[in-house]
Design a protein around this ligand. Structure first.
Ligand code: UD1
Length: 379
């Protein structure tokens, strides 16, 4: 029996861990211990995802909470070292690029435990992004790498990692997306709130969805104000659903930008139109809403890929992307913080003059199974 410790901490980790746990269940010779670091802790940033995605209760919860990068990373390391000393795993598996990823990776390697990185090799080449530092540092110390697109493989080779340690397997997040899509056909898998929102949106032909949480977009008052003003204008014509991340909500309050919106959270007096601001939505609720929209506006990494997988147009409010396949073959367009370009591309998507794409190689729902088979061979 081989023992894996799987680490999840922040919202985008949960979608990647769920299918890996399901795949390990199919192998009797593998035991999977789940550690939740507690980097994200609000009910709608954490528990709601565990429940929607069918993730088991974590075997360990480190409850680290928020803090500066140093505080958060250090707290995770202290808690995770205790887990590793107690469990003595054969391998630690980390996903993505959040603080929990690098913190757990460092602990594993300092204890000479094998480390696997899922979604390895992605590079934005923008070292101002905390995630880019996490990606570079995690890949520098990992033993085996699972890549989602060829750019990841090529980056790792260029950084000197041996070919035999790199496996192009497709994308666990897309495994999860296809799995959850089947689930939301059952109306009970979404909340009454999401159903009534969809009902309201069904009265208009077209609507948009937006997510926004990157420090580069929301921590700068001028940038955030420009984005919200632009989207607010668009929302006068076509409704925009905007589940608001806690970081963004705090900044809107701090910068006094609530006055852009009316008290009921929408910016228009019309029943249908307006910027519809909600709390963060659970995975199923948000999928249920965005899969039918005309275009997604986002600065998330994961949504760039999920929209490509479902053929939904996506406008990314970033100067660069570590996921270039979504632009090369998918439906993604980078608009940076060029508001003229954003308006133009929104207008094109609404008029039906949208970007088409195709689904990248191996984004077929079976990446987790491939990963588990490679891990077993490696161990
Ligand atoms: C983190 C990840 C980012 C990921 C994002 C998804 C890092 C460096 N960043 O950024 O890659 O895209 O998660 O959400 O790991 N907060 C709450 N409740 C929560 C969590 C956070 O109120 O459950 C608030 C706190 O004020 C916190 C702030 O949001 O200080 C930011 O949270 P944090 O986890 O530090 O970073 P994210 O912006 O969420």
């Amino acid at each position: 029996m081989k023992k894996l410790v799987l680490v999840a901490g922040a919202r985008p980790n949960f979608m990647k861990i769920a299918p890996i746990l399901r795949a390990t269940d199919n192998h009797e010779d593998l035991q999977a211990i789940l550690v939740h670091t507690g980097q994200h802790y609000d009910e709608n940033m954490s528990e709601a995802f565990f429940s929607d995605l069918g993730i088991k209760k974590p075997d360990y919860h480190l409850e680290v909470g928020s803090g500066t990068h140093a505080v958060q990373t250090a707290k995770i390391m202290v808690g995770f070292e205790e887990v590793c000393l107690r469990e003595k795993p054969d391998m630690v598996v980390v996903v993505g690029d959040v603080n929990s990823t690098i913190a757990a990776g460092l602990v594993a390697k300092k204890l000479s435990v094998k480390l696997a990185h899922i979604e390895a090799g992605l590079r934005s080449r923008d070292r101002r992004m905390p995630e880019e530092i996490n990606r570079l540092a995690t890949d520098a110390i990992s033993d085996i790498f699972f890549t989602t697109e060829d750019s990841g493989t090529q980056n790792l080779l260029a950084e000197g990692h041996p070919q035999e340690s790199i496996f192009f397997v497709g994308h666990v997040m897309i495994d999860n997306l296809f799995y959850q899509l089947r689930k939301i056909n059952d109306k009970n898998a979404v909340t009454p709130f999401a159903r009534s929102l969809k009902e309201r949106l069904s009265k208009v032909e077209k609507y948009l969805c937006m997510t926004l949480h990157r420090p580069s977009n929301v921590d700068d008052k001028v940038v955030l104000t420009e984005i919200l003003k632009t989207v607010n204008d668009v929302a006068m014509e076509v409704p925009v659903v905007f589940p608001c991340h806690p970081r963004t909500r705090h900044r809107i309050e701090e910068f006094g930008l609530e006055k852009l919106f009316s008290e009921n959270g929408t910016s228009s007096t019309s029943d249908q139109c307006g910027l519809i601001i909600t709390d963060p939505l659970s995975y199923n609720d948000f999928l249920y809403i965005w899969k039918g929209c005309s275009v997604v506006l986002t600065d998330s990494g994961g949504l760039q890929e999920e929209t490509t997988a479902l053929g939904v147009p996506c406008l990314t409010l970033r100067m660069n992307t570590e996921r270039p396949i979504t632009v090369e073959v998918g439906t993604n367009i980078l608009v940076g913080n060029d508001m003229k370009k954003l308006r133009l591309e929104i207008a094109k998507a609404i008029d039906g003059n949208r970007k088409h794409g195709y689904v990248p190689d191996l984004w077929d729902g079976s990446a987790s199974e491939r990963i588990v088979r490679h891990i077993l061979r490696h161990l």
